[in-house]
Design a protein around this ligand. Structure first.
Ligand SMILES: [Mg+2]
Length: 261
């Protein structure tokens, strides 16, 4: 998307603008360390976590959400984008707001926003090799649809490595970061939180996993779309609920996670 394109203007660092090299932050010195020695369930967010934000895939999903709302509500695109982001912040996802405020049928929305071209998603054999060595079960946990997760994971070349996918429908359309969403995921997949690690690009989606006893890993994304993400620029150390941070999921799995096992 070209700089100056009003479609992507809402609260995002304009693409093409100089981006600062993100800082790899350490936990607070007095933070209680949590590692991977006990990890038996490896839980990965999908968008901008299993694939890098540089694919621009989620940017396309994001744009299609605006299109859908504009058509559905019969409002100009700019107004639709405003509603999209307002609902996202207030309800956790745009979809949750549309369901609550406009009684939207979620299936129609999810089918439209995930109907995207995956040609920018690379095959990642090196990431596959690392995920394949993780001992125990592996899950994808996404606020998107199962079909979207399956398509993307297949394109990455990792789908067959996962034991399950927990999508927004499986959580009765309650999205992360709500505690009820994690409770549904845990119950459905029989996860013991103290034996689980959660990988996510959205800092607020790691709060509940931390509170539940999981090990949390922030996979840094260059896609800034939420006030909490922009706050990250001002962090000097990791917040208590984030135990690890990486700029490169594959490298993290190869080093820190593997060494801790
Ligand atoms: Mg994500």
């Amino acid at each position: 998307m070209a700089t100056g394109d009003p479609r992507g203007a809402a609260d995002r660092v304009p693409e093409g603008a100089p981006t600062e090299t993100p800082l790899l932050l350490a936990p607070r010195p007095d933070a209680v360390p949590r590692g991977f020695a006990a990890t038996k369930v490896w839980i990965f967010d999908l968008d901008n976590t299993l694939y890098p934000a540089e694919c621009n895939l989620f940017a396309e999903v994001d744009r299609r959400m605006g299109e859908f709302i504009a058509h559905y509500l019969g409002v100009p695109f700019a107004h639709a984008r405003h509603l999209q982001k307002a609902y996202y912040r207030q309800f956790g996802t745009t979809l949750a707001g549309l369901m609550r405020i406009h009684k939207l049928d979620p299936t129609e929305f999810l089918a439209y926003v995930h109907d995207i071209d995956l040609s920018t998603v690379p095959e990642l054999p090196d990431l596959r090799a690392e995920i394949a060595t993780l001992p125990g079960r592996r899950l994808i946990y996404t606020n998107g649809s199962k079909r979207h997760a399956e398509r993307v994971a297949e394109k990455l070349g990792v789908l067959d490595l996962f034991d399950g996918i927990c999508d927004i429908a499986a959580c009765d359309y309650v999205p992360k970061p709500a505690a009820e969403a994690f409770e549904r995921m845990i119950k459905r997949h029989g996860v013991a939180p103290e034996e689980a690690a959660m990988f996510e690009d959205m800092p607020m989606n790691l709060r509940v996993p931390h509170d539940l006893g999981m090990t949390t890993v922030l996979v840094h994304s260059s896609y800034l779309d939420h006030p909490v993400q922009t706050e990250m620029k001002r962090w000097s150390e990791l917040p208590d609920h984030i135990h690890h941070m990486t700029l490169d999921l594959r490298a993290f799995l190869a080093s820190t996670a593997r060494a801790a096992r």
